[in-house]
Design a protein around this ligand. Sequence first.
Ligand SMILES: NC(=O)c1ccc[n+]([C@@H]2O[C@H](COP(=O)([O-])OP(=O)(O)OC[C@H]3O[C@@H](n4cnc5c(N)ncnc54)[C@H](OP(=O)(O)O)[C@@H]3O)[C@@H](O)[C@H]2O)c1
Length: 261
Amino acid sequence: MNLGIRNRKALVGGASAGLGLAVARALEQEGCEVAIVSRSAERLRKAAATFPPDARVMPIEADLSTSEGIAACLAAADAWGPVDILVNNTGGPPAGRTFDHDDATWQQACESILTYVRRMCGHFVPGMRARRWGRIITITSLTVKEPAANLVLSNVFRAGVTAYLKILARDVAPDGITVNTVLPGAYLTARYEQLIDNTVRQTGKNREPVMQELLARLPQGRFQKPEELGALVAFLASEPAAAITGAAIPAEGGMLQGLLS
Ligand SMILES: NC(=O)c1ccc[n+]([C@@H]2O[C@H](COP(=O)([O-])OP(=O)(O)OC[C@H]3O[C@@H](n4cnc5c(N)ncnc54)[C@H](OP(=O)(O)O)[C@@H]3O)[C@@H](O)[C@H]2O)c1
């Protein structure tokens, strides 16, 4: 299938590793120019080296959890742009249950999940509107559909960001812009390894039985692969996906149990 996005410019957050890098690679394979964002120039350099030699990859060093970092990212993206495809993604908030976090941690999670997405959309939508084409895809989590007891910050702010993006999708629908979210489940990235380490610490079990129990709960008997999420995002960014907007699409190997998940 021709995705029709050759030479489009795509800005991908949190893309020195994990899901963001897989998304950037999938978009690049479809002929996009990609800007990849992370807090570390060194990790960006290593990530850029994983692309084919003729890939057009622009590293942007910025901390997307701070106001100054977002401003730096926007300035660099403007100098490189115009951005046609915006992929919102950054590191996940700390794990923890209902009463585990102090006010500052709640505030920080709000900044890095909700404020970040709002500012990116607010900045890039006017240009997309003027060009009458745009794709906004945000990586959230399966916790949007089924809150997880030990991920209260993710549950709360990703639900909020999903509501924001649902309304945005309607607002920009007449302008040729689509807005969707994708909901990962268990991709064995650094983030997921961290969550496994937490479980090992909290339960006092060895890593091996923790992994076995986890795998037994995954309906496909395996972790999902980052490139599988990359392919989904590339499709949502494509021309043929023009009719899909306002959707929250799980990519979690059947982990969700709700009837309409
Ligand atoms: N993996 C899963 O199965 C899963 C499931 C549900 C939800 N999610 C969510 O999906 C997102 C991506 O997950 P992942 O598994 O790919 O995580 P990951 O492997 O930890 O990668 C996170 C990426 O984001 C970058 N990053 C982190 N904090 C940043 C910041 N403040 N500013 C800019 N870049 C930042 C990291 O680069 P630097 O360290 O170089 O900055 C890295 O490239 C997370 O929010 C995670 O909670 C993941």
